[in-house]
Design a protein around this ligand. Structure first.
Ligand code: VG1
Ligand code: CO
Length: 542
């Protein structure tokens, strides 16, 4: 029985870089989740009788919102819901399930790398029929609707048992609880040479994977231990916990410190990796070498043809604007297209759908390809393993040779978290005001060549996205980029991206922060970061 419930709108349901993210108590306000879900449905057309995929990263409040979403989907006229067992679907697995079963779209419940728990973060994002995050015109419509919504629809029905596979009837709609791993694992087997990786591992190559008590645990257990034969224990922290064990499921050098130290020890395993809360990011650490995500994108693109799924070569490479230019050099050598998009995976969808790009990546440890329409953490790990198995060289050797061929893009991101929002906004405004005057100005040995606020013109649908990050490019190719995060939930996070290109192989073994020291100082001088934020140093350096 469908009920129409009257409600009052909230003014703060604007989706950010990747869906709506708020603290759990915000989501627990009366009708808060319902309003947003109904706003999604109200912004879509033609889903009557169609399939909706629902799943999440297992964080606190996941199960409650899944039950609401199922009952609301039934009341709004969907014909079928596919939901992962236990309410689990990693972001890339959800993308694959949407595509494979030709669903109308999907609701993915996640706040990705943000911590989870009763007072931590929760999130809802909507993915469209190609399996990718809703484009801006859809998220704008959802936000507009959320500001005027006055009722939502829901059926009165008992909760669905999410813990056993099988089908149930909820009013006129069928709900099927599916194995969250099976379809995804099969897709991975179709892309990579599992035999070669199995042989590598059987020969004593040691892999460790840290699932960070988040969603990739069940996927990595099945694929890395069961199908590829890595010994039990190779996958660490493999049970998804509602609070991620109290940690940030953010695979970077701060939150995955233990893995980093393991990989730098004299008796280190050969290959270490980690993924984030919802399984779409990756951290790659070879024995004695951390591979920056920007370099990883370039190295994967340069070697992808060694994996069966990419044997025919790549159509093009796409990277977000703040991501280093390392991939550009690979694209140039391969004679293929290179695309520069704003931050956030939603901008890659058109390029992938049109066949313009095959591999995409972001400096924030997201890499993926046209196999789904999301970034994919385990995919990146498996492509690395496939390349290691094919080249029979270590990650360190592969990186060294890559730099010798293409030069090295020293790269680092400095994050200033939970900065006062007004201070952060006025820092950006002041920077914007300075842009026109900067070209030609010198700071020590560095002279500004161009300075702008990045605008993206989508080559496929011709949409324009403005104000996507302040870029300051120096003569010689170094650059600094500033932008405010669109995924945080308290205060503002200022991200500063710093890059310098070094062609000389004799200078490829420098410490990254030292190699970038002059640029880091200039980045502060131009934006007055210390003075305006009151911070002496960044909260996180990656
Ligand atoms: C961050 C990253 C961005 C990524 C986004 C979502 O966004 O910088 O590259 O696409 O998170 O990733 P922002 O706006 O905070 O810089 V995830 O793994 O949170 O879905
Ligand atoms: Co994520």
């Amino acid at each position: 029985m469908t009920r129409t419930v009257s409600t009052n709108p909230y003014s703060d349901q604007k989706p950010g870089t990747s869906g709506l993210r708020k603290k759990v108590p915000v989501f627990q306000q009366k009708n808060y989740a319902e309003n947003f879900i109904q706003s999604i449905f109200d912004s879509l057309d033609g889903f009557e009788g169609q399939t909706l995929v629902i799943g999440g990263d297992g964080r606190y409040y996941n199960r409650e919102v899944i039950q609401k979403a199922i009952k609301m989907a039934a009341a709004n006229g969907f014909g079928r819901v596919l939901v992962g067992r236990g309410g689990i679907l990693s972001t890339p697995a959800a993308s694959h399930v949407i595509r494979k079963y030709k669903a109308f779209g999907g609701i993915v419940l996640s706040a990705s790398h943000n911590p989870g728990g009763p007072t931590e973060d929760f999130g809802i994002k909507y993915n469209v029929g190609n399996g990718g995050p809703a484009p801006e015109k859809v998220t704008d419509a959802i936000f507009a609707r959320s500001k005027t919504i006055d009722s939502y629809r829901i059926v009165d029905a008992p909760d669905v048992n999410l813990d056993a596979e099988g089908s149930h009837q909820v009013d006129d709609m069928t709900v099927t609880v599916i194995d969250p791993v099976a379809d995804y694992a099969e897709l991975m087997e179709s892309l990579f040479d599992f035999d070669a990786i199995r042989k590598l591992i059987a020969g004593g190559f040691r892999v460790v994977f840290d699932a960070m008590s988040a969603v990739t645990g069940p996927y990595a257990k099945e694929i890395i231990e069961k199908r590829l034969g890595a010994p039990k224990g190779s996958v660490m922290n493999f049970i998804p916990l509602p609070d991620f064990g109290g940690h940030h499921p953010d695979p970077n050098l701060v939150h995955a410190r233990a893995l980093y130290e393991t990989m730098m020890a004299p008796d280190a395993p050969d290959f270490g990796a980690a993924s984030d809360g919802d399984g779409d990011r990756n951290l790659i650490i070879g024995k004695s070498i951390f591979v920056t995500p920007s370099d990883s994108l370039a190295m994967l693109a340069a070697n992808a043809h060694l994996a069966p799924g990419y044997a025919k070569g790549l159509a093009g490479i796409a990277r977000s604007m703040p991501t280093s230019g390392a991939a550009d050099r690979v694209a140039e050598k391969l004679g293929i297209g290179i695309y520069e998009t704003p931050t956030g995976w939603k901008f890659f969808g058109n390029l992938l759908d049109e066949g313009l790009a095959t591999i995409c990546g972001e400096e924030s440890a997201g890499t993926g390809s046209n196999h789904v329409r999301e970034k994919d953490g385990l995919w990146a790990v498996l492509l690395w393993l496939n390349i290691l198995a094919a080249r029979k060289e270590s990650a360190l050797e592969i990186a060294r040779k890559h730099w010798a061929t293409y030069g090295r893009n020293y790269y680092s991101r400095h994050d200033y978290e939970e900065v006062d929002s007004d201070a952060a906004n006025s820092l950006i405004t002041a920077l914007r005001d300075k842009l026109a005057a900067l070209p030609g100005t010198s700071f020590g040995a560095l002279t500004v060549d161009t300075a702008d606020d990045f605008s993206y013109h989508d080559p496929v649908d011709k949409s324009v996205s403005k104000n996507q990050g302040i870029r300051i490019l120096f003569k010689g190719g170094s650059r600094v980029v500033y932008r405010l995060s669109g995924t945080g939930t308290s205060g503002a996070t200022l991200r500063v991206y710093i890059e310098r290109y070094e062609p000389d192989p004799a200078r490829h073994d420098l410490d990254t922060q030292e190699a970038l020291a002059d640029l880091i100082a200039v980045a502060d001088e131009i934006a007055e970061i210390k003075a305006r934020t009151g911070r002496d140093q960044p909260s996180v350096i990656t």
